[in-house]
Design a protein around this ligand. Structure first.
Ligand SMILES: Nc1nc2c(ncn2[C@@H]2O[C@H](COP(=O)(O)OP(=O)(O)OP(=O)(O)O)[C@@H](O)[C@H]2O)c(=O)[nH]1
Ligand SMILES: [Mg+2]
Length: 375
């Protein structure tokens, strides 16, 4: 497999003090930087637009009197500066060798997908709600042109209410349609399907005007690896029509499935740029398991994750110390990983790093987005 790369951390990392209708398979091709460490307010802007935001277990972000802002992180919201964190992350990752991952199946299907996208009535772009910017493909806009588009922030269960509010406000202000979804439990999937049909309704109005019979709406599901594309399709169809598993690169070929009589969905392999120029984004992909694990060094990524987590008010040293019975008082993640290795894994830094990453992915430090919208 064409996976290549490697990360080697240098000592510079430390201490630089994100239907019911039965589905059927359709075979064959379808017809930075400013000085570090100043703390200032970072409150999300509030929505002024009436753009529809739907989804998940948090229906109606506007006018919802049940919204609670009581989580700890939100209490500290005004004290936390995401710009500072981004700047620090930039410096931490600068010391590493670039993380790059472009396996053969992506190279092969990217071309094919670009061709298929031309046939779509609507494109559903799925991103990881923990890192919506880092799972945004730089070429997606040019591939999609004026095509109708729905943005799905999946894994909404893996972020806090404050994170969701910040992203909902941001996209509402931009006039972008967003569905918050949970591909594991299904929240948001039906709404995503309905929205796709609504947005593409014009197709059949035009066909009728020309005396043609209506045809099913074609929706392409695209996004980075492991963001939950196939799971969302399975939840919508209420059947396991597409292979889904907790690792990037599971779907390797394009696959059409039908939802009832009026919607066809194209599942696609996760697509990632051939060269990731933003290495802060690459590290966040690694933390969230959205990039092949042969592309990075666990210890390096875990060390940076520890440094990030110690900065989050709702995690900090206290939560890390509580979980591992180890003091994470310094800003040196690498030292912490080694201490954990000595404490639990006979000095095996790789195992210690894997434990930290796995714990983060399981929400053992609470659920957090690793990035917030730009101001
Ligand atoms: N907690 C949580 N897990 C999810 C969610 N969506 C998907 N998953 C899990 O994430 C894993 C990956 O899901 P897939 O649907 O295979 O992701 P994909 O985007 O199709 O991945 P590729 O085919 O590799 O590009 C699976 O184990 C799912 O159960 C979600 O919203 N929340
Ligand atoms: Mg898939």
């Amino acid at each position: 497999m064409g996976a290549h790369l490697l990360v080697q951390i240098s000592s510079g990392l430390c201490c630089l003090k994100k239907n019911s209708a039965a589905p059927s398979l359709i075979s064959g091709p379808h017809p930075r930087t400013r000085p570090l460490s100043t703390v200032c307010a970072a409150s999300p802007t509030h929505p002024t637009s009436t753009i529809q935001i739907v989804g998940g277990n948090t229906p109606g972000w506007y006018g919802n009197s049940n919204l609670h802002f009581s989580d700890t992180f939100n209490n500290h919201e005004d004290e936390f500066d995401w710009v500072d964190l981004d700047n620090e992350l930039y410096h931490w990752t600068k010391a590493l060798r670039p993380v790059q991952w472009y396996p053969g199946h992506i190279a092969k299907t990217e071309k094919e997908l670009k061709e298929q996208l031309k046939l779509m009535d609507v494109v559903i772009e799925v991103r990881d709600a923990r890192i919506p910017m880092s799972t945004s493909h730089p070429q997606m806009d040019s591939w999609l042109g004026n095509r109708k588009r729905i943005l799905v922030l999946n894994r909404e269960d893996m972020i806090s209410a404050a994170d969701r509010n910040a992203w909902a406000s941001y996209y509402a202000n931009q006039g972008t349609k967003v569905v918050f979804a949970n591909g594991k439990l299904g929240m948001g999937a039906l709404k995503m399907g309905r929205l796709a049909k609504t947005l593409a309704a014009g197709v059949n109005i035009k066909r009728r005007a020309k005396g043609l019979l209506p045809r099913p709406v074609r929706a392409g599901i695209v996004g980075y690896p492991n963001v939950g594309k196939s799971s969302l399709i399975n939840r919508l169809l209420k059947r396991r029509m597409c292979l889904a598993a907790p690792r990037p690169g599971v779907t390797r070929v394009l696959k059409w499935v039908r939802f009832g009589t009026d919607l066809e969905l194209l599942d696609s392999p996760g697509i990632i740029p051939m060269r990731i120029s933003d290495q802060s984004a690459a590290i966040k992909l690694a933390m969230c398991d959205d990039i092949g694990d042969r592309s990075y060094d666990f210890a390096d990524v875990a060390a940076i994750l520890v440094q990030m987590l110690t900065k989050f008010p709702s995690v900090g040293n206290a939560v890390l110390c509580q979980r591992y019975k180890l003091d994470a008082d310094s800003t040196c993640g690498k030292t912490f990983v080694q201490k954990l290795a000595n404490h639990l894994f006979n000095g095996d830094g790789n195992q210690a790093a894997f434990r930290i990453l796995a714990d983060f992915r399981k929400g053992k430090f609470g659920w957090h987005a690793l990035e917030r919208p730009p101001k």
